[in-house]
Design a binder for this molecule. Structure first.
Ligand SMILES: NC(=O)C1=CN([C@@H]2O[C@H](COP(=O)(O)OP(=O)(O)OC[C@H]3O[C@@H](n4cnc5c(N)ncnc54)[C@H](OP(=O)(O)O)[C@@H]3O)[C@@H](O)[C@H]2O)C=CC1
Ligand SMILES: N[C@@H](CC(=O)OP(=O)(O)O)C(=O)O
Length: 378
């Protein structure tokens, strides 16, 4: 793949076309706050590439929920969907086929149509001075492309604003959910090594996988043979190793994304990360068990205090009633939920912690994080 030609501006990672647009309120800080404006003539023109997919549909909900300011919304998908309609903010808008010409009048493009589509159309969008927020893994590890969780490293996209062409990558959903919970502890005591086991929902494999899970459950309960079109193994009432390809180390690609993306987001290639990623028959929220080895001591109450003061993190940690986060607690919610916060008893000190984390894969793991990035562009 040819390297992306980014517009160059001295002192800035991308080209400035002009002053910030009038009427748009730039928000100070790291971006957890909500922009309030909705449809406004001087808002940016926004495109959603992959609008008919699970993440694309969530983009529409999140943009409305957060009253994201926009002058025009352009829904894009494949030729199969051209002519369909989407409902947004009281409007009925016709879906257009995504082509290289789609971005001529677009300021911000939220891409969620898979890595190959991003690779195919990113340059055309950048050449049209459009800012891409990309949900795929296409450019996450590319030097010069910020990989952003607003609450964690929003400052790494300083200088990226609407009116310029550029690309910002949304991390992998499992990485986002883990780092939302672990970064406050990393800041408090320094993570030396992290061992993660995931329990990943169907939504991570798209709308078709969610539909097949429901179908298999019905078929199984009716005593029928289950349909296996998305995954080769039975998914209903089962679980299996994540479906991404296995690399030559024996780790699958999802696991390696967690390792590499953590290094990039924390700007720390030395932090040791190992992961085992598992697909479980849950609809749309991922869960993760995380064991941390810390550089400095951190007690349970210090850990809870650090988590408590972190935007986007909620604690459910009721030992008395054995009540801890579940995927359903996190479903359709913005926050990442943390519980089972406990000292690692396999060590004789306060330098080990265990956590259990749940986050909505489509929301904070994808659409919400991307819209928060888009808010930082205003
Ligand atoms: N950050 C993260 O962790 C996550 C990232 N993702 C990324 O988002 C992508 C989409 O995920 P998801 O919504 O779950 O997937 P879905 O399968 O539900 O949707 C895929 C979308 O891509 C569109 N699309 C497919 N082919 C083309 C094409 N040739 N031209 C234009 N549009 C096309 C589809 O349009 P049509 O209906 O017309 O086929 C549809 O809108 C994933 O492939 C992944 O890269 C997803 C989840 C989490
Ligand atoms: N991580 C998603 C899949 C996905 O979309 O990942 P990525 O954005 O890294 O391609 C899952 O649950 O399977």
């Amino acid at each position: 793949m040819a390297p992306l030609r980014m517009p160059v501006l001295r002192g800035s990672p991308c080209l400035a076309l002009g002053a910030p647009q009038p009427g748009l309120r730039a928000r100070p800080g790291r971006g957890a706050a909500v922009v309030r404006a909705a449809k406004t003539a001087d808002g940016p023109s926004v495109a959603i590439a992959g609008v008919t997919g699970a993440v694309g549909q969530e983009f529409l909900r999140v943009l409305k929920e957060r009253d994201f300011p926009y002058s025009k919304l352009k829904p894009l998908a494949s030729a199969r969907s051209a002519g369909k309609h989407v409902q947004f903010d009281g409007q009925d808008i016709v879906v257009e086929e995504l082509t290289a010409d789609s971005f001529k009048d677009v300021d911000i493009a939220l891409f969620s149509a898979g890595g190959s589509i991003t690779k195919k159309f990113a340059q055309a969008a950048i050449d049209s001075n459009c800012m891409i927020v990309d949900n795929s893994s296409a450019f996450r590890m590319t030097d010069g492309v910020p990989l952003i969780i607003p609450e964690v490293n929003g400052e790494d996209m300083a200088g990226y604003k609407v009116g310029k062409g550029g690309i910002i990558a949304n991390p992998n959903c499992s990485t986002i959910i883990a780092l939302m919970a672990v970064t406050p502890l990393h800041k408090a005591a320094g993570v030396e090594r992290m061992v993660i086991s995931t329990y990943q929902a169907a939504s991570g494999a798209g709308q078709a996988a969610m539909d097949e899970l429901v179908l298999q459950m019905r078929e199984f309960l009716d005593g029928k043979e289950v349909t296996k079109e998305i995954f080769p193994l039975q998914y209903a009432f089962n679980l299996f190793s994540h479906n991404s390809p296995i690399t030559d180390t024996g780790y699958n690609e999802e696991e390696m994304k967690m390792v590499k993306e953590t290094h990039k987001i924390w700007k720390d290639p030395d932090v040791k990360v190992t992961a085992t990623c598992i697909r479980v028959p849950v609809m749309r929220a991922h869960a993760e068990s995380i064991n941390l080895q810390l550089k400095n001591p951190l007690t349970e109450s210090e850990a809870r205090a650090a988590l408590n003061s972190s935007p986007g993190v909620s604690i459910i940690d009721d030992r008395e009633n054995n009540r801890f986060p579940t995927p359903l607690d996190a479903t359709s919610r913005d926050d990442v939920y943390v519980g089972r916060v406990r000292r690692d008893i396999s060590r004789g000190d306060d330098k080990g912690l265990d956590l259990f984390v749940c986050g909505d894969q489509i929301k904070k793991g994808a659409a919400l994080n991307a819209v928060q990035i888009a808010e930082l562009l205003l």
